[in-house]
Design a protein around this ligand. Structure first.
Ligand code: TMP
Length: 241
């Protein structure tokens, strides 16, 4: 499958049309941004890691019955995916307090929740991806009630699968962001990526951050952390193709 035409360039990925109008090619960049693009940088090797990690995790999810856009890894940075219409929601699942949750509610990071939380943000860079509830999503026509329920159920199923997977890598899944899309028949599937850019991943023994917070917070050792989390994944036989 050949890249026909660049149709979109985002902060971390490029998306190309292909000869098949139902398929796209995603190409992962090393560019990193944070705080809605206000902080910019490069994380050498990130594109390769995010591509390969996202594909491994989507393959795992597919095996466990979660439909995803993943079709085929083409090379280290590029993957063939199903074309979807993205539902303009950022779906965030949290198992432990961190990040904007801690800031918004004035609590320390690291509080383990008795049950996971699911929250939605309106995917809209101009507005800074504001938090919204299901009624707001319905009012804005972003999705219907049945779709929101399905997205919530998928998000919790994905959390259960990924928590178990990362635990067996010695890694705690703190929180993560998902995006879903609609196929032409209207069915909802997981899209976008699952990577250290979109998850908080802490070493279970030491609490060391092995994700993009090292970049967001200028903690140093960013490239090493991405390499380390990828090695943990690759050492887990569950991630094998
Ligand atoms: P937050 O605590 O900043 O809301 O982030 C929650 C999770 O979502 C965290 O794992 C990082 C991820 N995330 C993204 O993937 N993209 C974003 O734009 C933001 C703000 C967070």
């Amino acid at each position: 499958m050949e890249k026909a035409r660049l149709i979109y360039e985002g902060k971390a990925k490029k998306v190309f049309a292909t000869g098949d109008e139902t398929l796209l090619i995603v190409s992962y960049k090393d560019d990193a941004t944070a705080f809605n693009g206000q902080k910019r940088g490069t994380i050498a090797g990130k594109g390769v890691i995010n591509n390969r990690m996202s594909n491994a995790l989507m393959r795992l999810l597919e095996k466990k019955g979660v439909p995803t856009h993943f079709v085929k890894e083409l090379n280290d940075r590029e993957t063939l995916v199903k074309k979807v219409a993205i539902v303009p929601l950022e779906v965030i699942v949290r198992n432990i307090s961190a990040g904007s949750f801690s800031v918004r509610y004035g609590v320390e990071e690291g509080i383990v929740f008795s049950a996971p939380t699911v929250e939605f943000s309106y995917k809209n860079d101009a507005l800074g991806d504001p938090l919204l509830n299901e009624d707001h999503a319905l009012a804005l026509g972003l999705a219907d009630r049945k779709e929101l329920e399905e997205i919530r159920t998928y998000a919790l199923t994905i959390d259960r699968i990924l928590q178990g997977f990362w635990l067996s890598c010695g890694v705690t899944l703190v929180d993560f962001k998902l995006e879903f899309g609609r196929l032409p028949d209207g069915s909802i599937i997981l899209a976008d990526e699952i990577s250290p850019d979109t998850c908080r991943l802490w070493d279970s023994a030491t609490g060391k951050k092995l994700d993009k917070d090292r970049f967001r917070r200028d903690l140093g050792g960013v490239e090493d952390a991405y390499r380390e989390i990828m090695e943990r994944l690759e050492q887990n036989p569950e991630a094998a193709e």
